[in-house]
Design a binder for this molecule. Structure first.
Ligand code: AMP
Length: 134
């Protein structure tokens, strides 16, 4: 069965899309640690990041970097933290999280409950930053 991320990529399940190209898809995490918390996913479905082929892996970081730069322009933060967990969804992905300190990368903390309108508005702002409009 396709992973929930494959179903998002296929448009079967809605997401707060940030960016995509032929190989990668970026969208807001639905249970964010911080506003702007984004997931970057290779479209090719592989469970474990270290099982992703080298070519796909080597393109993942440059794609995530562009997205991270746009998040930085949109969400006030010291920098963007990048991490891999992968315990919940068996489809390789990286987390991009606006941070001001190490505590902002603590996945055991309560997640934010952001209204859908706020999530959509934030996604739109990050997309604009990505397009060089802000
Ligand atoms: P992990 O696999 O441990 O890296 O965690 C998966 C992440 O995906 C969690 O932070 C979830 O909040 C996030 N997530 C799960 N389902 C969705 C969804 N439908 N849309 C956006 N984010 C999701």
């Amino acid at each position: 069965m396709a992973s929930i991320f494959s179903r998002i990529i296929a448009g079967e399940i809605p997401s707060y899309r940030i960016a995509e190209d032929e190989r990668y898809y970026a969208f807001l995490d639905i249970n964010p640690l911080a506003p702007g918390h984004t997931l970057v996913v290779p479209k090719k479905e592989v469970d474990y990041l270290f099982d992703v082929d080298d070519e796909t892996l080597s393109g993942l970081l440059p794609f995530a970097k562009k997205v991270g730069r746009a998040i930085e322009k949109t969400v006030p933060c010291e920098r963007i933290g990048l991490t891999v967990i992968g315990l919940e969804v068996p489809h390789a992905h990286v987390h991009l999280i606006p941070i001001n300190g190490i505590h902002d990368m603590d996945f055991s903390k309560a997640k934010l409950d952001m209204a859908p309108e706020r999530m959509e508005a934030l996604a739109a702002k990050i997309r604009s930053a990505l397009a060089g409009e802000s």
